[in-house]
Design a protein around this ligand. Structure first.
Ligand SMILES: Nc1ncnc2c1ncn2[C@@H]1O[C@H](COP(=O)(O)OP(=O)(O)OP(=O)(O)O)[C@@H](O)[C@H]1O
Ligand SMILES: O=P(O)(O)O[C@@H]1[C@@H](O)[C@H](OP(=O)(O)O)[C@@H](OP(=O)(O)O)[C@@H](O)[C@H]1OP(=O)(O)O
Length: 473
C-alpha cells in the first residue's frame, strides 16, 4: 500500500491521496452548521455511508440519541415503509430463519418522530451497534451485484448499474464508506462514496487492508473475529429462502483501542502504536488538564498489562423500558418481480443457533414497539468470542465442503484458530470486532423459494477476499 498524502486542506474540505486515489474526506454533515435538533439528539458523527445531511438537497443523515440508539430518518415513503415493516415482522417472527437473522441485525426499537430544522420526520429507532467501541473503525460494504429491487424504475436500474461498476462486477460488493483510526499515524480518516466508487479489482484489497490497519502487518486475531461472524451469516444465507436482500450493507466494526492493546501484547514491542487521543493531546499541547490526561494515558500505555478501557466491554443489562404494541402478524411483503435463477449453491449446514452478540437494550420512552422474544443466539450466548471460534472451527469445513478453493485456505489457518482458542485467557474474551447487517429498505420476501444468489455471491466473494489476506502477510 502506498502512503497517505494530504494534497489539499480547506476549512470545509479535506482531500487526500489514499492508495493512489484522490478522495474527499467524508463528513456525515456536509454543511457549515449542523441541523437544528431536539435536546438529546445529535448527528451520528461516525456514520460512514448512506444519505447524509446536506444543505443543497435537504437530505437527512442518521441521528443518535443519548440513550444509545440511532434514528434513521425516513426519506422516501415506499422504501421507508418497507424497512419499518421488515423490522416489525422480524421482531415478531418465530420461524428459525428469521429468528437467526434477528441476531445479525441491530435491535429494532420502534419508530418515532423527530423535529429536524422545524420539520417533523419519522425515524426508525435502532440500537447503535457502534456504542461499545472507544475508537470505532467501521466499514460499510454493500452486498450484491444487483442493488436495485424488483420495483425499481428503469432509470434507477441504470443509475445503480453505473455505480461502483468495477468492484461490483469483479466481486459482487462495493464499499460506499469507512472510517479507521490508524495505528501508524494516530489519526482517524473517513472515506466515503467518492473514494468507494473509484475502487477496482486491485485497489479494493488495499481499502480492506487500510481498514484493518494492515499497513505494516495484518492482525490475524482481528481478521478472524470478523470472519467468524461472516461465516455465520454465510451459513444462514446458504440456507435461507425467505428473503431477497437488495442494496443492504454489512457493517464491519472493530475497536482500534483494543487492536492497539492487542498489538502491544502480541508483539511485546517497546514501540507503541500511536493513540489518536495522545496525538491530539500532543498537538493541542497547552492546557494543563490536557497535559495531565496525556500523562495518565501515557502511563497506561507504558504498562504492558494495562488495558486502558477494559471496563467498556463488559456486558450491559437489558432494560427494555415501556413499549407499546404494534401489529403482530408477520406479513409477506409482496414482490411482483423478477424470478431468480435457481442454483444449487446450498451446502448442508447444521444450525449453530448461537453467537456472542450481547444485546444492548436501553429504555426508550418515546418509542412504539413491542418487546421481541430474544433471538436464540442471544438466549444462549455465553458472552465470549471463544464460543464463536470453537463453533466456527467445528462447522466451517462442513459448511464449505463444496468449495475446494476456500477449503485449502481454511486448512492453512485452521491451526491458528485452534491456537487462538487455546491461548485465550478469561480477560480477553470480550468481543472487540463484529459484523451487523443493515439497511433493509430494499428487502423483499422471496416469491420462488430459491436461495438469494445475488446476496450470497457477494458475501462469499467478500469472505474469500478477506481470507486471501491471510496469505498476503
Ligand atoms: N444501527 C446502526 N448503528 C450504528 N450506525 C449505523 C446504524 N445504522 C446505520 N448506521 C450508519 O449509517 C450509515 C448508513 O446507514 P443506512 O445504509 O441504513 O442508510 P441509508 O441512507 O439507507 O443508505 P443508502 O444511501 O445506501 O440507502 C451506515 O454506513 C452506518 O455508518
Ligand atoms: O447518489 P449516490 O452517492 O450514488 O447514493 C445513492 C443515493 O443516496 C440513493 O438515494 P436516492 O438518491 O435514490 O434517494 C440510494 O438509493 P436508495 O435510497 O434507493 O437506497 C443509493 O443506495 C445510494 O447509492 P450508494 O450508497 O450505493 O452510493
Amino acid at each position: 500500500m502506498s502512503a497517505t498524502v494530504f494534497v489539499r486542506k480547506k476549512d470545509s474540505e479535506n482531500v487526500l491521496k489514499m492508495n493512489g486515489i484522490n478522495a474527499k474526506l467524508y463528513r456525515p454533515c456536509d454543511c457549515s452548521e449542523g441541523p437544528l435538533l431536539p435536546p438529546g439528539i445529535t448527528v451520528l458523527d461516525n456514520q460512514v455511508a448512506g444519505h447524509s445531511f446536506t444543505k443543497a438537497d435537504s437530505s437527512l443523515g442518521i441521528l443518535k440519541h443519548t440513550d444509545g440508539s440511532v434514528l434513521k430518518p425516513i426519506l422516501k415513503p415506499g422504501p421507508g415503509a418497507r424497512e419499518i415493516q421488515f423490522y416489525k415482522n422480524l421482531q415478531q417472527a418465530t420461524d428459525p430463519v428469521s429468528v437467526e437473522l434477528r441476531g445479525f441485525v441491530p435491535e429494532f426499537r420502534g419508530t418515532t418522530t423527530v423535529t429536524v430544522n422545524g420539520r417533523d420526520v419519522e425515524c426508525i429507532v435502532l440500537e447503535n451497534v457502534t456504542n461499545e467501541f472507544v475508537e470505532p473503525c467501521i466499514m460499510d460494504i454493500k452486498i450484491g451485484r444487483q442493488t436495485w429491487d424488483p420495483e425499481a424504475s428503469s432509470d434507477k436500474i441504470e443509475t445503480e448499474k453505473a455505480k461502483y461498476a468495477d468492484s461490483r462486477k469483479e466481486y459482487g460488493f462495493c464499499i460506499p464508506g469507512f472510517q479507521v483510526y490508524r495505528m501508524s499515524t494516530g489519526k482517524v480518516i473517513r472515506l466515503g462514496k467518492d473514494y468507494g466508487k473509484k475502487l477496482n479489482k486491485e485497489t479494493i484489497k488495499d481499502a480492506l487492508k487500510l481498514f484493518l490497519n494492515a499497513d505494516s502487518g495484518l492482525n490475524r486475531h482481528l481478521l478472524l473475529q470478523l470472519l467468524s461472524k461472516l461465516w455465520r451469516i454465510l451459513r444462514w444465507c446458504r440456507r435461507q429462502r425467505r428473503y431477497r436482500i437488495y442494496a443492504s450493507s454489512l457493517l464491519l466494526m472493530y475497536d482500534a483501542r483494543r487492536l492497539r492493546q492487542n498489538l502491544r501484547k502480541t508483539t511485546g514491542t517497546t514501540e507503541r502504536p500511536m493513540s489518536p487521543v495522545l496525538s491530539r493531546a500532543h498537538s493541542f499541547a497547552a492546557p494543563v488538564l490536557c497535559r495531565a490526561q496525556s500523562l495518565k494515558l501515557n502511563l497506561a500505555l507504558r504498562s504492558n498489562s494495562a488495558l486502558i478501557d477494559e471496563g467498556s466491554f463488559t456486558g450491559r443489562t437489558t432494560n427494555r423500558g415501556s413499549y407499546r404494541s404494534v401489529p403482530t402478524t408477520p406479513t409477506r411483503i409482496s414482490s411482483p418481480g423478477i424470478p431468480e435463477k435457481s442454483r444449487s449453491l446450498v451446502g448442508a449446514a447444521n444450525g449453530i443457533g448461537r453467537s456472542l452478540s450481547q444485546t444492548i437494550s436501553r429504555s426508550l420512552s418515546f418509542v412504539s414497539a413491542s418487546p421481541a422474544p430474544p433471538p436464540l443466539e442471544r438466549q444462549s450466548s455465553n458472552g465470549s468470542w471463544h464460543f464463536d471460534f470453537k463453533e466456527a472451527c467445528r462447522t466451517h469445513s462442513l459448511v464449505n465442503n463444496y468449495e475446494k478453493d476456500l477449503q485449502s485456505m481454511k486448512d492453512n489457518y485452521k491451526s491458528e484458530l485452534d491456537d487462538l482458542v487455546s491461548e485465550e485467557k478469561p480477560g480477553d474474551r470480550e468481543l472487540w470486532a463484529k459484523v451487523k447487517m443493515i439497511d433493509f429498505a430494499h428487502t423483499f420476501s422471496s416469491v420462488d423459494d430459491e436461495v438469494d444468489t445475488n446476496y450470497l455471491e457477494g458475501l462469499e466473494s467478500l469472505i474469500k477476499l478477506l481470507e486471501s489476506l491471510f496469505q498476503d502477510f
